[in-house]
Design a protein around this ligand. Sequence first.
Ligand code: ADP
Ligand code: ZN
Length: 615
Amino acid sequence: MSPALTVLKDVFGYHAFRGRQAEIIEHVAEGGDCLVLMPTGGGKSLCYQIPALLRQRAGHGVGIVVSPLIALMQDQVAALTEAGVRAAVLNSTLTGAEASAVERDLLAGRLEILYVAPERLMTPRFQDLLDRTRVGLFAIDEAHCVSQWGHDFRPEYIQLSVLHERFPQVPRIALTATADALTRQEIVERLALDDARVFLSSFDRPNIRYRIVEKDNARQQLLAFIKAEHMAADGTHDSGIVYCLSRRKVDETAEWLRGHGINALAYHAGMDAAVRQQRQARFRDEDGVVMVATIAFGMGIDKPDVRFVAHLDLPKSMEGYYQETGRAGRDGLPANAWMAYGLGDVVQQKRMIDESEADEAHKRVSSAKLDALLGLCETAGCRRVRILAYFGESSEPCGNCDTCLEPPATWDGTREAQMALSCVYRTAQASRVHFGATHLIDVLRGNATEKIRQWGHDKVSTFGIGADRSVAEWHAIFRQLIAHGLLVIDHGGHGALLLGESARAVLKGETSITLRRQVTKPGRATERGSRGARVDHAAQMDEGQLACWEALRRWRSATAKEHGVPAYVIFHDATLAELARSVPQTLEEMAEVPGIGAAKLERYGEEILEVLQRA
Ligand code: ADP
Ligand code: ZN
């Protein structure tokens, strides 16, 4: 067995590497630099933790991990300590005495892995410590934070290039889940990684099922979704995240869900830091909490058993959507990414772009990013193919998204497209201003509102020509026309629609338009949905196993409390489920269960045998 595999098994209790982990670990352990691009949940941590251990044990010194996320560092150190690794953290949460103790351990060569906040790393004091320490490797986590264009820019990250100048012989591994080529290039330049090997993994997250539904009554739809797929018969439910755009909507949605039997918490930047921290801790430590949040929540959440991520509002971009949905199912078990979206969302996002302080170039980029996401929402093809294509990866239809499971019917919408486009044209011609979809739909349906009479739009030739279609149908048509670029939302306007470049050909009858038929009712994709893993674990067990599972969960809760760590730091659900299923009788048998390394076996093995016997 290779030394890396031995560490994987002994320390982490896993039996095989995932994806490119083995290659990466070997490369870094031998002293090579590299940039690792891997999706959230892909298993980046092991890519530096194992080389750090290997190099430390070979006498090269401690592995220094730079991470911007305080909560995440603490979790990682807790998990490593549980696994028997000598790990520590240096960041602003420590008292002076605690920090001194860590520094002493560092100088004495007692540490295997040290997590450091970037601002700490660059202080003269820490640089001086480094000069007096043997360093085996530098890992730079969340490396996209060097990108000034990105959403997580951290000025301190720019200075990390100094590491290479000061310690040219120490290998560096930079890691990120942000995939686009521009960010990648910026990381390479700013961190002086020109000679580093790049390990690009597929960004697919096959265990996540993508689903985008037309907004009808979004809250009710959300509740129905949670009940159908993430709630057990006894009313307990999985952990999940619900994203909303505004703070107010976050508060209201959380309260509403609580009124409907969901253990929901609200989280946004308008709250007291202490309250936020406490809620984040509850989400992390307790089973079955649904966090309703703005995007302020998420960075640094590496809870592995988040079973669903739901969007009640459209994110800004495909990057945002993928990052947010990526927080589901890090443990590799089935998870759902669910979104309800409507025309209003598009208009709202466009307005936010227009009203932002950004310059024109930036606004254009933002608009293009929104358009790409819109394309995803309206596609009749596989969602995953579309997402991966956006990140430069080609793939085959996945069989695990709504459009694959339930291919949407399409129809020839050429005539309706012509009606809508010419209505845009006629009303603008008559009034010299442009109008939004609501008004245009009123015109098409022959709904003589006051506004219509005021503008004289009951006189235009398109008045009433689309009366045979409902408002909802027209909404769907307009959305798709926007997604196809036939209609463009006006800059600075209030959702006013202009004709896109390709509209002309449609109006002239030169091109035909295929539209997807809308489904608002949950269909097969929901019924056959990926039941939450927690619910699933239980569903597949017989009574005896179920008793073990419950007993193990109680034991885990108590142990986690006692140690002051999240439950999943003790064991993941998957490990508990396997224990309940296989009921090992001896420590040797237990060692075969994935997720139980040597340290945990020694620490908990006997206790678990007892728990299983008593159950
Ligand atoms: P990332 O940082 O890329 O988002 P993590 O390093 O947090 O991902 O890993 C995601 C999850 O996958 C963790 O719970 C981790 O324990 C698990 N994991 C990683 N590598 C393996 C492996 N080779 N075998 C089993 N589980 C793994
Ligand atoms: Zn698919």
